[in-house]
Write a new protein. Structure first.
Length: 465
């Protein structure tokens, strides 16, 4: 593989047993599928629902009605999200189970597997990664539109100007200040009015099941952090520590990991050289040639946030109250540990923490009893400890990587979080640079799920409500 070749940015999603890939430029955003279903009553086709998006009805397709996508993983939320796609002035929704995020794909990793040029097929190529990686099935969006013959019309000039609407568009044409930033060799700019703060990158907590690079605590709320270069399919190439640029819009906050902030400058939307390349990600509203000849991508922060539902974790009301759930002090003790990701669990029900030993099979002997083992480690990870849990009269030994710390009662706070396809709590400890946030994992639910027939993997438990 040519390490110097530019990477193309694709959005990866899960659908059944398939990893679905869509070019970033064809993705408008992701929506949580409403509980109420609206049927068109059609005799044929894959349109299974209609939702309102950008003020107009949007047909939604279930690709599983056309092609075999396999069974969704146990514990997942099948068809719980709608990926909104566009081809020119046409938009359509596609059901998916979950979003992986934006991935960079090298040109020689794209492999055409079907050469029949059939106009009735929507998959003909895959993207291959490392040895053992699941291939990405690449969706041909233009063919999808042609086959479905169902879409919502929306001329590019009528796209909403982020959350600000027509007033913001007029201000942009009159000229506004932009913060010009750089990451992985890509130069981009965000509206200065949306910039919250520039600071040294804090330690990021892991955000399992999310497309974000991690999560940080900023000004009293949890903020997902994206690598700005990765949005354009570029691997981080920084030699020093990254900077964190927080971007705020309509009560939401998003962090961008950047290499440097170059300057603040005024840019007029109708200036010479402004144009949006048709293959550019949808969150790029236009491009301009900088004074040194380098292209600068002007970022529409509203559209960027629409592509990453994770930002709802940061939502605040107009008065400043945190919407996902008011923080409350932890009344009981918690244990923080590594099990692939770093997570926290109440110590209620924990009988003992043991050093791990080699065990044959799925049980161990403990105090004269045979105890079933549940493995929460990533594959090929060495267990450092075993948590012995008693749940509803049943004993289980939980294999983990390591115990990190014990959180005493009334020393941290808990926040409820609701994302599309995921509901959970975050436990936040410490202050300032020592502050850290961890997802709360219900070990009792883990035991019930994993010891049931066809038990789900850890990722499913992290995303389970």
């Amino acid at each position: 593989m040519d390490a110097g070749a530019p990477l193309a940015a694709w959005v990866a999603a899960e659908l059944g047993a398939m990893r679905l890939g869509v070019p970033v430029g064809a993705v408008v955003g992701a929506l949580k599928r409403p509980a109420a279903r609206v049927s068109l009553g059609r005799r044929r086709g894959a349109v299974c629902d209609v939702v309102t998006h950008l003020g107009r009805p949007l047909p939604v397709l279930d690709l599983g009605l056309w092609v075999e996508v396999g069974e969704s993983a146990p514990g997942s939320r099948p068809r719980s999200l709608i990926l909104v796609l566009r081809d020119g002035a046409r938009m359509i929704g596609v059901l998916v189970d979950a979003l992986e995020g934006v991935v960079g794909i090298a040109p020689d990793a794209l492999v055409r597997t079907h050469h029949d040029a059939s106009a009735d097929e929507i998959f003909h190529s895959v993207a291959v990664g490392g040895e053992g990686d699941r291939p990405l099935s690449l969706l041909d969006v233009a063919r999808l539109m042609a086959l479905a013959q169902a879409w919502a019309d929306d001329a590019p000039s009528q796209l909403p100007e982020a959350v600000g609407g027509a007033g913001e568009a007029a201000a942009a044409k009159a000229g506004q200040d932009w913060a010009v930033i750089e990451s992985a060799g890509v130069r981009m700019a965000v509206p200065a009015v949306d910039v919250g703060e520039l600071l040294a990158m804090p330690e990021l907590g892991e955000f399992a099941g999310s497309a974000a690079s991690g999560i940080c605590h900023w000004r009293g709320r949890h903020v997902p952090v994206l690598d700005a270069g990765a949005l354009f399919g570029k691997a981080p190439a920084r030699t020093g520590p990254a900077l964190l640029l927080t971007v705020c819009r309509a009560g939401l906050a998003l962090g961008l990991a950047v290499d440097k902030v170059l300057r603040i400058c005024r840019i007029k939307e109708d200036a010479n050289g402004h144009a949006r390349h048709p293959d550019a990600p949808l969150f790029v509203r236009a491009s301009v040639i900088d004074e040194d000849g380098v292209p600068v991508n002007l970022i529409d922060t509203g559209r960027l946030m629409a592509m990453f539902p994770e930002v709802s974790i940061s939502e605040v009301a107009a008065g400043g109250a945190h919407l996902p759930g008011a923080a409350r002090t932890n009344s009981g003790a918690y244990i923080v540990y590594k099990a692939g990701a770093t997570v926290a669990s109440p110590i209620d029900g924990l009988e003992e923490v043991l050093p791990a030993r080699a065990y044959a099979g799925g049980t161990m002997a403990w105090r004269g009893k045979a105890v079933a083992l549940v493995d929460l480690r990533w594959p090929n990870s060495a267990a450092g400890n075993i948590l012995v849990l008693r749940h509803q009269g049943r004993l289980a030994g939980i294999l983990i990587d390591s115990v990190e710390l014990l959180i005493t009662p009334n020393s941290a706070h808990l926040t409820k979080v609701s994302l599309p396809g995921a509901r959970f709590e975050m436990l936040t400890t410490g202050r300032g640079r020592d502050q850290a946030s961890h997802r709360v994992l219900d070990l009792g639910q883990v035991v019930e799920t994993r010891l049931a027939p066809g038990g789900a993997p850890l990722q499913a438990e992290l995303l389970a409500s």
